[in-house]
Every structure is written in structure tokens, then in C-alpha cells.
Write a protein that binds this ligand. Structure first.
Ligand code: NAD
Length: 344
């Protein structure tokens, strides 16, 4: 069904149509690992639905894609209930939204009676892969799960064990339970080589490195995953428990350094920022270097650096309030298939 950008007269039926469209896109992206529209088109539809629900609060519903983390648990995998939910991120598409984010953080901290004059942000890359949670028990990799719908994910432990970048043991004294959250991705050169092999073998080619990574990780046979060149970057933690738990660094940037020292791959492109101007300078600097990076990113992520303020700031339906994803405009290079689909 072509919804184009024609606003329907009736907001309720427009919202329904947008939800059905997003559900179809989610299925193609999260279940089939084969999107038929570029991410920018998905985002456009999503933003329209968000705006509609804001204008007509009666239309909002807990079933709406705007209130949920996209993703599923596929049959064939054991399901894993996350001890702490794996959420999405709120998005910003322009400078104003970044300034609004910084303003809101300061207001919320002031309301909580906190002196925010020392506020710092950690700015990092938004890796375009799929989120996983790695559970280490007494420093040993015990279980790995995909994000799934945020509450329940797929047990992909056997597949994750085949990724050489992921240590099976952590260094140093680490908490008894440590869930590391991060992104599994495929580097562009490896993706091109994989697609060339798929083509020669007469197998399905992948649309982009993100979908190749997701398709490779979610193989029922770990021997297949083992032959796929997957990488990993850690960007946070989930559950942390045990006697060493309180010794984790109090800032997000310190935590990333700590994860790196424990033996986990952490992205090198990071910065600290004091205000929206600093955040926007990071965004522009990375934007200029985006094509030179060996892997795809779809934006940058800003997080309040002090971790004790994260809980204070809290959460909205599907994302934390302490973080923001600032997306880059769509890249031109989309396959012919995608170009055709968009015009249908
Ligand atoms: P998201 O990808 O916009 O943001 C949340 C995710 O960012 C996290 O789950 C994590 O995996 C990832 N991430 C990467 N680097 C991170 C970092 N440094 N810190 C924290 N998290 C980091 O949101 P989403 O809910 O995963 O997916 C929605 C997006 O997926 C859409 O905006 C669209 O781009 C794409 N999508 C596309 C289609 C399609 O049909 N083309 C369909 C569904 C979703």
C-alpha cells in the first residue's frame, strides 16, 4: 500500500495505516534481515506517527511502535529474559533537537535538586549493527542474547562464542555478574567479500553490512556464524552484581575505558562534551570522517557522563532520558532494489 506523504483526513486511520506500515518494515528488518526501504524512509514514517500521537493524545497506545522496542524473538532460539531491559534510543535529526536535549537534561537535573554546573556528556559513535548483551559470570562468558523486543531476547551464546573479537574471559577483578552491552557488526570490506562469495555460490546477497551481521549472528547453526567475519564494540553495561560492583567507574567514559582494560573492544572515536556546542562539533567532525571509517555508523550517541544521574533522569516508553542518538542524513548508496521499492 502506497501511503506516500499524503496526509489522510482522519488522523485515526492515518495512524492505523502508519502503524501497519511500520509493522511490515519491522518484520522485514528484524525477522527477515532484509529491509525493503532505506532507514531514512523508515524514520520519516516513524516521526510522522510520533507527531500524530503527540497532536492527538487520544491516539497514543501502548501497542504503538512508538511505545515499544522494535525486534522479535525468532523460533529456533531459546528465549532469554533480560535482567535489565535493552532499550532503544531517542532520535534527533537536527541541531535544534540536540539543543533541546541539553536544555531538558539541565531542567530535569535542576528539578531533582542537583547542581548541574559540572554536567559532562560522553559522545561516541552509533554503530550500525545489532545490539547484544553478553553476560559474564566470575569473568567468564556465560550467556549471550540479542535485544529481541527489549524484554526478551534470543539465546545466541554458541554463535557469539565464534566471534574472535569477544573474549571468553575478562581480565582483572570484575564483578561476579557483569552484563556487557554492545553492538555486533560487520566491517564494510568483509561485507563486500561475503556478498561476492554469496553471489558466486548463488546464495542470497545481503542489503547492507547491518543486515549481513544480523543474518549471520542469528543462524541456527553456529558453524555458519563461525564463517562470517563479525566484530563487536562494547558501549555499556546491564546487570552488575557482586562485591566488585561498586568499584565500577562512576562515569560512562570511565566505564568504557574500564571495559577496554578488561579486554573488550571499545570504539576509539569518543569525546567528552560540556554543552550542545561541543556535541554538535563532535557530530560534524565525525560526519566528515564517516566514509573513512571501516564500518557503518548511522549517527553519534550522546550520554550524560555521570552514571548516578542516569537513574535520576529515568526513562520514557522505549528509551533512556540520559541519552540521545543524533542521526546522520541518509547515505546516497542504496541498492537498486531499495530505490525501486521506495517508488512503488
Ligand atoms: P536505533 O538503532 O535508532 O537505536 C538504538 C540502538 O542503537 C541500540 O539498541 C544499540 O543497538 C544501538 N547503538 C549503537 N551504538 C550505540 C552506542 N554507542 N550506545 C548505545 N547504543 C548504541 O533504534 P532501534 O530501535 O534499534 O532501531 C530503529 C532504527 O532501525 C530505525 O531508526 C531505522 O534506522 C532502523 N530500521 C529500519 C527499518 C527498515 O525497514 N529500513 C526497519 C526497522 C528499523
Amino acid at each position: 500500500p502506497d501511503l506516500g506523504s499524503r496526509p489522510a483526513d482522519d488522523p485515526r486511520s492515518r495512524a492505523e495505516a502508519l502503524r501497519r506500515l511500520i509493522e511490515r518494515y519491522d518484520h522485514e528488518y528484524y525477522v527477515l534481515d532484509a529491509p525493503t526501504v532505506p532507514d531514512a524512509e523508515y524514520d520519516r514514517v516513524f516521526v510522522e506517527l510520533q507527531a500524530l500521537e503527540r497532536e492527538h493524545p487520544g491516539l497514543a497506545s501502548p501497542d504503538s511502535p512508538t511505545a515499544r522496542v522494535g525486534g522479535v524473538v525468532a523460533g529456533g532460539f531459546e528465549s532469554v529474559r533480560h535482567s535489565r531491559p535493552m532499550l532503544s534510543l531517542s532520535n534527533a535529526f537536527d541541531d535544534d533537537a540536540v539543543r533541546g536535549f541539553d536544555r531538558r537534561i539541565r531542567e530535569l537535573l535542576a528539578e531533582a535538586g542537583v547542581d548541574a554546573s559540572g554536567l559532562r556528556y560522553s559522545a561516541e559513535l552509533k554503530y550500525d549493527g545489532l545490539a547484544v548483551s553478553l553476560r559474564f559470570e566470575r569473568g567468564r562468558l556465560a550467556r549471550a542474547a540479542t535485544r529481541g523486543d527489549g524484554a526478551v531476547g534470543e539465546d545466541v551464546t554458541a554463535n557469539i562464542r565464534t566471534i574472535r573479537a569477544i573474549p571468553l574471559h575478562l581480565h582483572g577483578s570484575v564483578p561476579e555478574v557483569l552484563e556487557v552491552r554492545g553492538e555486533v557488526l560487520m566491517w564494510r570490506a568483509d561485507f563486500e567479500a561475503l556478498n561476492a562469495r554469496q553471489r558466486e555460490a548463488g546464495e542470497r546477497e545481503f542489503v547492507n553490512p547491518r543486515n549481513a551481521a544480523a543474518g549471520s549472528l542469528r543462524q541456527l547453526d553456529p558453524a555458519l556464524t563461525a564463517r562470517r567475519p563479525l566484530r563487536f564494540f562494547a558501549y555499556g553495561v546491564g546487570e552488575v552484581a557482586g562485591s566488585e560492583a561498586s568499584r565500577l567507574p562512576g562515569t560512562h567514559s570511565g566505564l568504557l575505558d574500564w571495559l577496554a582494560a578488561a579486554g573488550l573492544p571499545v570504539g576509539p572515536e569518543r569525546a567528552q562534551a560540556r554543552d550542545a556546542d561541543d556535541l554538535l562539533a563532535f557530530y560534524r567532525r565525525i560526519g566528515e570522517r564517516r566514509a573513512a571509517l571501516p564500518y557503518d555508523i548511522d549517527g553519534v550517541v550522546y550520554k550524560v557522563d555521570r552514571r548516578d544521574w542516569h537513574e535520576l533522569l529515568g526513562y520514557v516508553a522505549r528509551a533512556p532520558r540520559f541519552a540521545l542518538a543524533h542521526k546522520f542524513p541518509a547515505e546516497e548508496a542504496v541498492t537498486d532494489l531499495l530505490d525501486i521499492e521506495v517508488q512503488v
